[in-house]
Design a protein around this ligand. Structure first.
Ligand SMILES: *Cc1c(COP(=O)(O)O)cnc(C)c1O
Length: 411
């Protein structure tokens, strides 16, 4: 079997039979016939289940695992995860509707995100979810909406910490940020929560995302517990929930290695012993998005044209950046790198060539693979982009250029 241009750890997660990529036990061409069209996203339910089991095995039993729905809000995935995780973290009213369709209790649902509307805040209170307050203004709105509804709002304070998660793909805490309430303002906010008589739940401290270095995550977790202990001194009641964030990354690019969960779990064992004496009533929550679903999904599109331009091979596909912005390199990447791309119908081929996979959009940004070593592909071959289970379709500009939308399936 050829292994074009990406780490074995990523590819070995999927089976290959008779030269074909297999997902959910189904050969790719057969799956494409079943779907009835390309392009499509396919998510492997067993891989999601295995991923949660892996975390449960290495993290302390007391850790509550939450799914951050933003990573992939497909209702079938959210339903599947409802039976596996302990809660959901949401960032919009739309995500809340998907979450509330599952059997998971609103007690284990929290709503974060800056700029929550009065309507979203009112809905969250009516649902019985916890509001992770991002500003003092949101606190006042929550109090007013609670009054109007005759319900005591459950609130937690999202804290913008006074430290950063080092070597993170995306920093979301430390320094000036639109997320959370600056740690130094939190005592004032806690006093106000007490005055307003709201149902204080605890703290949400999320410092960043897409981190592959366990030492950096451990360091951030240590600082997170310390910060929570300090802030708890001013809390209006006991801390019932302590969301310590997540940030667990997945390998996308050559040379990246999977995150070492075991060492994070080991350190957490100690941190939880200390927590037990300092904040005995607090449930500790880790919220994860891409780590749960990212590696379980692929994007599949079809080669519709093979073009040779001045010696360079272009495989023109029926899918592109309008379905998968992240793979085109335009979703937060500083330097464009190729996602792991395969020719799913030529997995055994030994005839390797340098080719670029482009989409049908009239823009040079519509590039799915830039000069990659790939098996020689023809019209009708299927292109597979791995690591596509998170921040794929829902993070893409589907209406750009008015091409048809892809289908999403859970297999
Ligand atoms: C985006 C986000 C997540 C999920 O991030 P991943 O990198 O997908 O794990 C978790 N929590 C909050 C607050 C977020 O904004």
């Amino acid at each position: 079997m050829s292994k074009p241009c990406h780490s074995d750890t990523v590819l070995n997660a999927f089976a290959v039979e008779n030269g074909e990529f297999i997902i959910g036990g189904i050969p790719l061409t057969r799956l494409a016939e079943r779907v009835g069209q390309t392009p499509f996203y396919a998510y492997d339910r067993q891989k999601i289940t295995d991923r949660v089991a892996h975390l449960r095995k290495y993290l302390p039993e007391e850790i509550n695992l939450h799914y951050a729905i933003k990573a992939n809000p497909m209702p079938a995935i959210v339903q599947h995860l409802a039976g596996l995780v302990d809660g959901f973290d949401l960032a919009s009213g739309g995500e809340m509707r998907v979450a509330l369709d599952t059997p998971l209790s609103p007690d284990n649902i929290s709503v974060a995100g800056p700029g929550k509307s009065e309507r979203e805040i009112g809905s969250a209170i009516a649902a019985g979810a916890t509001l992770n307050l991002e500003s003092e203004n949101e606190l006042e709105t929550a109090a007013r909406e609670g009054e109007r509804l005759g319900i005591k709002p459950k609130v937690a304070v999202r804290v913008n910490p006074d430290f950063e998660l080092k070597s993170s793909g995306m920093k979301m805490g430390g320094g000036p940020k639109q997320f959370g309430i600056d740690a130094e303002r939190v005592p004032t906010v806690l006093a106000r929560i007490k005055k307003l008589g709201l149902d204080f739940q605890g703290f949400h401290i999320f410092s960043g995302s897409q981190n592959l270095r366990s030492e950096a995550i451990i360091e951030a977790q240590e600082k997170t517990f310390e910060l929570a202990y300090r802030l708890a001194d001013d809390a209006p009641s006991s801390v019932k929930k302590l969301n310590i964030g997540g940030g667990f990354g997945i390998p996308y690019f050559p040379g990246e290695q999977p995150l070492d969960i075991a060492s994070i779990g080991e350190r957490l064992d100690d941190l939880l012993i200390e927590k037990q004496s300092r904040l005995p009533e607090a449930k500790v929550i880790i919220e994860l998005g891409r780590y749960l679903v990212g590696e379980a999904g692929v994007y599949v599109c079809r080669v519709v044209e093979r073009k040779l331009s001045r010696g360079h091979v272009f495989l023109v596909a029926d899918g592109g950046l309008h379905h998968h912005l992240a793979a085109s390199g335009n979703f937060g990447q500083v330097i464009r790198k190729n996602y792991p791309v395969l020719i799913g119908t030529k997995m055994d081929s030994t005839e390797i060539e340098t080719a670029s996979v482009v989409g049908p959009l009239c823009t040079p940004l519509d590039l799915l693979a830039d000069k990659m070593e790939l098996p020689g592909a023809d019209i009708d071959d299927l292109v597979v982009i791995l690591q596509s289970g998170a921040y794929g379709l829902s993070a893409s500009p589907t209406t750009f250029l008015s091409h048809p939308a892809p289908v999403e399936i859970l297999v």
